[in-house]
Ligand binder design. Structure first.
Ligand code: GRF
Length: 197
């Protein structure tokens, strides 16, 4: 029986597309929902084009009442009966209650070599620090932001002429390889970290 995967996003959904495209053939998982906090998120249209059920709960009417927003978000999420939840560019901070509900079954991709650079502006911070390497990490989601057991990491060189945008593009290309590789292993019950290259 395939593992049911829900993907949460806030933006264009390039990671969602790569995850969904990977779940074919003998892959142990299938996408069952793409869910966003932004009804206008480009990733929702891309999911619809791929025939994946979608839902959106606009976070703005909840004006900072995270618990109320998450209760509304949980309705379509619970209805999809996911075995695994993938955060893929989901830009809302989740409460401990939500992360506990999905603990051990919720993954996130973060554009840095965790534990370095939790939070935002990761590429600018790596360039500013003069790092020789940057990259992305997939981890299990816990109550601590961008924390949790590491499930995969991909490294890229930082080039002297890099801007945050050029570095982000190089990292994103690796995200598109790393996240599907981690999901396939995770859905098969294997939590051995995927390390690239
Ligand atoms: C990626 O850079 C990811 O690391 C970060 O948000 C971005 C998502 O991009 N969390 P997309 O919506 O998957 O294209």
């Amino acid at each position: 029986m395939s593992q049911r995967v829900a993907i949460l996003l806030s933006g264009g959904g390039s990671n969602m597309v790569k995850l969904a495209e990977s779940m074919v053939g003998d892959h142990p998982a299938r996408p069952v929902l793409v869910l966003s906090n932004d009804p206008a998120a480009g990733g929702l249209e891309r999911a619809r084009e791929m025939g994946i059920p979608t839902a959106a709960v606009d976070h703005r009417p909840f004006r900072g009442d995270r618990a109320a927003f998450e209760a509304a978000l949980s309705a379509p999420l619970e209805a999809a009966r996911p075995d695994i939840v993938c955060l893929a560019g989901f830009m809302r901070v989740l409460t401990e209650g939500f992360t506990r509900r999905w603990q051990g079954r919720m993954l996130n991709i973060h554009p840095s070599l965790l534990p370095k650079y939790r939070g935002l502006n990761t590429h600018a911070r790596a360039i500013e620090a003069g790092d020789a390497e940057a990259g992305c990490s997939v981890h299990e989601v816990t109550a601590e932001l961008d924390d949790g057991p590491l499930l995969g990491q991909a490294r890229v060189p930082v080039r002297p002429d890099d801007t945050p945008a050029t570095l982000a593009a190089r990292v994103l290309a690796q995200e598109h390889i790393l996240y599907p590789a981690v999901l396939r292993r995770f859905a098969a019950g294997d939590r051995t970290p995927v390390l690239l290259p």
